[in-house]
Write a protein that binds this ligand. Structure first.
Ligand code: IFM
Length: 469
């Protein structure tokens, strides 16, 4: 018997994107290169040499894209600001033309009753700041706070919901550890320094936001907190789980939510760094009161201790590299969770989302939770009539929304869900080879075709109700 699951009134039904993945127009209106411009233009870094130069031309098509969201009945949209568009050198005054683009976008959203959520940093550091040391340099955290203040001054009158960083784990450990993301450095100690300076940037940025925004503003961070499961209950596998959980989760939520790094994280990584980059007062600066926590979830992580005397397997779902993104835990083996997978090779397992929500409900009581990303890459193609049918994505969304609803029924304070992603777009090192959109984009013509999942999601959003079999 189909069951009907109702969501609370006021629940946000959204979709998410990020600047470099959709905007294009990389040389317009004073924008300068970010680390992703440099990285994607470096031969061999992205599939097919793809870049975000044109992406899906959202910079010029934003009005149509907002109209599309309105047609789909969405009441929320999460986007990010390109730092080098509003502060091209990563320091000093803002460029008005850059800010004006986001002002126009926000006004368009508000006019159509769509609540904007603005992410300040979704991985596109101005190249000039990387040249000055990037995230391993402490100064970058202060630059971020200045940038946060500028954007808040300009848009704080119309944007209520703010996110400091998106998935700082990726910025630190894929950017500076395994090197599969920009800037492509492979230095475990630098990756840990980067993680601390991202935490500091979050704390200083939150203070800058509070100083510039009205008291009613909502400030949050989006973490891709991993659901780490052990292959067995053996002590060695359980220890592998503990170490990866600290490197994926505790390293960020520890200082942000509790004001301290997990003590065992410091000992596990002692051979890599002495953590002397953590200065007196830093943890208090990072530990700022937040109004909400954003959780991004796609698939769980299955780990074990590598059998003694063997190489650890690196199937951690974060791209191929000889360099591990897990400093001090290079001997942990990563396994494929059994079950159906998406085009990313990520196993579909909605129980992980439920587990994640319940974990943070317990760990951060009183903090509203938002699912700021969740979705699937599928092998989508238009049929002879030009329609795009994506039953696998519908099943994925249905399972994960049911998991959210189950968590709500168990008392979790989840206030909204943002599907990743509104549009097919530049999937980082995978270029345009992976399609996450609810809306198909023909990259030749830039035509947008809502897939069947977009129509399905629109119906759920409009009714505030999910029907499951
Ligand atoms: O496309 C990315 C997004 O930028 C950050 N979170 C994961 C998505 C899918 O890989």
């Amino acid at each position: 018997m189909p069951e009907s699951l109702t969501f609370p009134a006021g629940f946000l039904w959204g979709a998410a994107t990020s600047a470099y993945q959709i905007e294009g127009a990389v040389r317009e209106d004073g924008r300068t290169p970010s680390i992703w411009d440099t990285f994607s233009h470096t031969p061999g870094r992205t599939v097919g040499g793809d870049t975000g130069d044109v992406a899906v031309e959202h910079y010029h098509r934003y009005r149509d894209d907002v109209a599309l969201m309105a047609d789909l009945g969405l009441n929320a949209y999460r986007f990010s600001v390109s730092w080098s568009r509003v502060q091209p050198t990563g320091r000093g005054p803002a460029v008005q033309r850059g800010l004006d683009f986001y002002r126009r976008l926000v006004d368009e959203l508000l006019a159509r009753g769509i609540e904007p959520t603005l992410t300040l940093y979704h991985w596109d550091l101005p190249q000039e700041l990387e040249d000055a040391g990037g995230w391993p340099a402490r100064e970058t955290a202060y630059r971020f706070a200045e940038y946060a203040g500028l954007v808040a001054e300009a848009l704080g009158d119309r944007v209520h919901s703010w996110i400091t960083l998106n998935e700082p784990w990726c910025s630190a450990f894929l950017g500076y550890g395994s090197g599969v993301h920009a800037p492509g450095r492979t230095d475990p100690a630098a990756a840990l320094r980067a993680a601390h300076h991202l935490n500091l940037a979050h704390g200083l940025g939150t203070q800058a936001l509070r100083a510039a925004l009205p008291a009613r503003a909502r400030v949050a961070v989006s973490l891709n907190s991993a659901v780490v499961r052990p292959l067995s209950s053996s002590p060695r596998d359980m220890d592998a789980r503990r170490r990866i959980d600290n490197l994926a989760n505790g390293i960020f939520h520890g200082p942000m939510l509790d004001g301290a790094y997990p003590a065992d994280l410091l000992t596990d990584t002692a051979a890599v760094t002495d953590w002397s980059f953590v200065h007196d007062g830093d943890l208090a600066a990072v530990h700022q009161p937040l109004d909400a926590l954003g959780l991004n979830y796609y698939t769980p992580t299955l780990v074990s201790a590598a059998p003694r005397g063997t190489e650890a397997a690196r199937a951690d779902g974060h791209g191929a590299s000889e360099h591990s993104p897990w400093p001090g835990s290079e001997d942990v083996a990563f396994h494929q969770t059994p079950g159906e997978r998406t085009e990313m090779g990520w196993t579909i397992d909605p129980t992980g989302l439920h587990e994640l929500i319940m974990r943070y409900s317990r760990q951060a009581p009183g903090l509203a939770l938002y699912i700021t990303e969740n979705g699937a890459a599928c092998d989508d193609k238009p049929d002879a009539e030009g329609r795009v049918h994506d039953p696998q994505r519908i099943a994925y969304l249905q399972g994960h929304l049911a998991a959210v609803r189950r968590a709500l029924a168990e008392g979790a304070d989840v206030r909204g869900y943002y599907l990743w992603s509104l549009l097919d777009n530049f999937e980082w090192a995978y270029g345009y080879s992976k399609r996450f959109g609810a809306v198909y984009v023909d990259y030749e013509t830039q035509a947008r075709i809502p897939k069947s999942s977009a129509h399905w999601y629109a119906a759920v959003a409009r009714a505030g109700e999910l029907v499951v079999d």
